[in-house]
Design a protein around this ligand. Sequence first.
Ligand SMILES: Nc1ncnc2c1ncn2[C@@H]1O[C@H](COP(=O)(O)OP(=O)(O)OP(=O)(O)O)[C@@H](O)[C@H]1O
Ligand SMILES: Nc1nc2c(c(=O)[nH]1)N=C(CO)CN2
Length: 189
Amino acid sequence: MTETPNPHIVDADTLTGEMRPIRRTVLALGSNLGERMENLQGAVRALADTPDVWVTSVSPVYESEPVDAPEGSGPYLNAVVLADTTLAATRLLDRALAIEDAYGRERSEVRNAPRTLDVDLIVVGDRRADDDTLRLPHPRAAQRAFVLRPWHDLEPDAAIPTQGKVADLLASLDESGITRRDDLHLELE
Ligand SMILES: Nc1ncnc2c1ncn2[C@@H]1O[C@H](COP(=O)(O)OP(=O)(O)OP(=O)(O)O)[C@@H](O)[C@H]1O
Ligand SMILES: Nc1nc2c(c(=O)[nH]1)N=C(CO)CN2
C-alpha cells in the first residue's frame, strides 16, 4: 500500500519567501591556521552580511588545544555565534561553506587537518538532519567544550535537542584544554 502524504504536515525547508519560519541558529567558528582572529572576525561579518540571516550575539573568544587532530596541529581560536534566519538549513550550510572558502579553507583528506576557518552548524531551530552533507544537531557538539563553553556564556539555559542542557553536558567534560581570551574580542557591527 502506498502512503498518502499528510497535507497538514509541512516541511519548513520547502516553504518559500516570507512563509518560512524564523529559526534560532547556533554556529561554531574555529581557526588554527593563518591570522586566526581575522578569520573569525571575517566569518562574523560575512554571516551578518548574509541576506535573511540576523546575527544576534557573538561569544567571547577561547583558545583551545586541538582535539582529535593530526600531530603538530596548532591551537585553535573558537567562538560561537547566535543568529536568526529564514534560510533553509541547506542554504545556511552552503553559505557557511562559501565563507570558509573565502577565508582560504583548503579541504584535506586528513581528518581534522588544520584550517584557516571552520563554520559548523550546531543547531538550526528544531531541524533534524542525518545525511553526509548535513547532520543536525551537530553530532559531535555535545562532546566539545570549545563549542559548549562559549555557547553557555551567551545562553546559560540552552539545550541541544535530544542531547540535553548545555550546562549539564559541560559538567561532564574536561575543560582544561580551553582558556578564555579576554584580550580578544569579536565585533558585531
Ligand atoms: N552540522 C554541520 N555543519 C557543518 N558541516 C556539516 C554539518 N553536517 C554535515 N556537514 C558536512 O561536513 C562536511 C565536512 O565539513 P568539515 O570538513 O568542516 O568537517 P570538520 O569541521 O573537519 O569536522 P567536524 O564536523 O567534526 O567539525 C561539510 O562539507 C558538510 O557538508
Ligand atoms: N580545539 C579544537 N579542536 C578541534 C576543532 C576546533 O574547532 N577546536 N575542530 C575540529 C574539527 O572541526 C577538530 N578539533
